[in-house]
Design a protein around this ligand. Structure first.
Ligand code: ZN
Length: 278
């Protein structure tokens, strides 16, 4: 059965079941900088991608519906979405690279102590769960003799997952500006105004390929907008329905953990607080 899911802060009325943790995050509005030296090359890549976004290099479907000056959208919503979409693609590429590097470092017994991305993995996904005397890669189900080995394999799996999310995004996404009218995405039907905390929503179906953008999307920072897109992509690509963060296994199936990892990697706050740090 299809289930619709959101990128949301706590909704005042109906949405508590979907959110295990609802403490409000303090958004850092001046947070579009990239404070980490290790990400300099990636930063340059992203900036060069963003520079081209007005020429519609991104993956925003022509069947998108982005009317100007409606639903709190600006005069040129398409340009905002182009930028956010391109930025999300760059972030996913970076996340794939950094998780792969961390996997390699663990494999070579190099210190990960100074790795921002390794810390983000620990903070947002937690350590692999122990099963008896062994340690489980939650993304593949395979178990290993040591936690170090399981982490190494998990980071490699995570790298592949980010790559898959980027490939899914690059296949084209229909963006639909939404507020009070009910929309159908895949087998789901909803509207933003019924869930005031939502920044965006989608359907947990791989064939959905559409994201509804709610009024808060338009006033979010560029980083928040991009991570909202990452969050919704994870719902669709991996048919994820939950936002639980109570243990490592749940975090591996929580779309916001994928988004918050990226926010940590680049040093800003994600829009959603559905994957608090461990
Ligand atoms: Zn969600």
């Amino acid at each position: 059965m299809a289930v619709k899911y959101c990128t949301g802060k706590r909704s005042p009325a109906s949405n508590t079941r979907r959110m295990a943790h609802t403490t409000n995050t303090v958004s850092s509005r001046s947070s579009d900088a990239f404070p980490y030296q290790q990400n300099l090359a990636v930063q340059q890549l992203l900036q060069s991608n963003s520079a081209h976004s007005s020429n519609a290099v991104g993956t925003v479907s022509r069947r998108s519906s982005l009317p100007p000056n409606l639903h709190s959208a600006p005069a040129d919503p398409r340009a905002v979405v182009d930028t956010a979409d391109t930025r999300a693609s760059g972030y996913l590429a970076s996340a794939s690279i950094f998780s792969f590097l961390d996997s390699m470092m663990l494999g070579m017994s190099m210190s990960t102590a100074s790795s921002t991305s390794y810390q983000a993995y620990l903070d947002r996904f937690d350590l692999p769960e122990q099963q008896g005397a062994r340690f489980r890669n939650r993304f593949s189900g395979t178990t290993y003799a040591t936690s170090n080995e399981a982490q190494q394999q998990e980071l490699e799996s995570l790298s592949t997952r980010y790559e898959n999310l980027q490939a899914y995004l690059d296949g084209g996404i229909r963006y639909l500006s939404n507020n009070t009218s009910a929309l159908t995405i895949g087998g789901c039907r909803d509207r933003c105004s019924a869930n005031p905390g939502w920044g965006a929503w989608t359907c947990s179906e791989r064939s959905a390929r559409a994201i509804a953008l709610c009024p808060p999307f338009w006033s979010a920072t560029a980083g928040e907008q991009a991570t909202m897109i990452v969050h919704e992509l994870a719902h669709m690509r991996y048919q994820i329905r939950n936002h639980n963060a109570g243990n490592a296994r749940q975090r591996g199936s929580n779309p916001e953990c994928y988004a918050s990892y990226i926010a940590d990697l680049f040093g800003f706050s994600s829009y959603s607080n559905q994957c608090p740090r461990v």
